[in-house]
Design a protein around this ligand. Structure first.
Ligand SMILES: NC(=O)c1ccc[n+]([C@@H]2O[C@H](COP(=O)([O-])OP(=O)(O)OC[C@H]3O[C@@H](n4cnc5c(N)ncnc54)[C@H](OP(=O)(O)O)[C@@H]3O)[C@@H](O)[C@H]2O)c1
Length: 317
């Protein structure tokens, strides 16, 4: 038996309990877990049977982590086989989803970086095909993913980065991460629309990374300048829905603004591994960072119920 964060009912917090140790199957390896991030994806899978990708309770929470293989090497891993998960002393992971971690990067850094950095790098470089010098708007810049996206955009040569978010204390710190302008979301729709227009400058936004959807996306899409002859594209990547799952989309918000909607689909595994290696190099050099809160696995139930803006909880078995 081992200790693990075990979910007994969808929508509730997992409990610190004993659970049978996993045995690796074909193509899998056994990982001694050293750190596992509490990501929105991990919460999502535990929130509702429809999102659980076929899992039935009880199962172990956590979709990705960091740990040690039998030969002593350190890897980041993704978990796919229920009922096992990353928030446990041991996990099983497909060999192909294990990526080496350089010695210079500690376990908590590697665990906190994997989801936000790989996804934003993929979205900016391959989804939006950001060209150096272009202007980027990040909707949801106060979240961990948004904060990392700003840093990645700087590494990829973005010209201007505009950061929009809800928590004003976190927003005030974002200039340190490379934001050129910040937009608080807690203003009236009219004022918010004006703030989006003002921050866009003469050239407008070429790329939007949207982690929120809901009201902020609706106000933005209604605020973009409409022209009969559209000469510029706004590459809009829809990545998350922290502010709402639906919006009302006027036809002209696409036809007259040059907005092209995309979703930044996950890259093939080989590309993902190359991306991860790049991310780790930048983490080792201090070019990418995430504010994180390590918590003991034994405290997972209370940590699960605590959400601190802009910080990533990392569970340590
Ligand atoms: N598609 C992908 O590849 C991908 C990758 C990473 C994340 N995501 C998704 O992106 C979203 C954010 O992820 P994260 O890692 O940044 O999560 P996080 O660190 O937990 O941050 C959540 C963010 O949502 C904001 N938020 C929540 N409710 C809001 C509301 N009603 N109005 C405005 N803002 C609101 C929070 O704002 P405040 O903190 O300012 O209150 C914060 O910026 C999640 O939906 C996640 O699933 C997608």
């Amino acid at each position: 038996m081992m200790h693990a964060a075990v979910l007994h009912a969808f929508g509730q917090a997992p409990r610190f309990e004993e659970f049978p140790e996993p045995t690796p199957g074909e193509g899998e390896v056994l990982v001694r877990v050293t750190a596992a991030a509490l990501t929105p994806l991990a919460r999502w899978v535990a929130s509702d049977r429809d999102f659980a990708r076929g899992r039935e309770v009880p199962f172990i929470c956590g979709t990705e982590g960091v740990g040690e293989l039998a030969d002593g090497s350190r890897v980041s891993f993704g978990v796919v086989r229920a009922p096992y998960g990353a928030m446990a002393e041991y996990a099983v992971a497909p060999q192909r989803l294990c990526t080496p971690i350089p010695d210079e990067v500690d376990d908590v850094t590697a665990a906190s970086m994997m989801n936000p950095a790989v996804s934003s790098w993929n979205a900016l470089a391959f989804g939006a095909k950001l060209v150096p010098g272009e202007t980027l708007l990040v909707l949801g810049a106060t979240g961990v993913a948004g904060q990392v996206a700003i840093q990645v955009a700087r590494l990829l040569g973005a010209g201007r980065v505009v950061a929009a978010g809800r928590d004003e204390r976190v927003l005030a710190r974002l200039a340190e991460n490379g934001a050129d302008a910040v937009i608080p979301l807690g203003q009236s729709d009219v004022d918010l629309a004006e703030a989006f227009r003002r921050a866009a400058g003469e050239e407008g936004y070429q790329v939007v990374l949207d982690y929120l959807w809901g009201r902020p996306a609706q106000v933005l899409l209604d605020a973009l300048p409409r022209r009969f002859m559209v000469s510029r594209e706004v590459r809009y990547l829809q990545l998350g829905n922290s502010a709402g799952s639906t919006i009302s989309l006027h036809a002209n918000a696409l036809r007259r603004t040059g907005v092209t909607l995309g979703a930044g689909s996950p890259p093939p595994i080989t590309q993902l591994q190359e991306l991860y290696a790049q991310v780790m190099t930048h983490a080792a050099n201090g070019n990418l960072r995430v504010d994180r809160d390590p918590v003991a696995l034994a405290d997972v139930e209370s940590a699960w119920q605590r959400v601190v803006s802009g910080r990533r909880t990392v569970v340590i078995p």
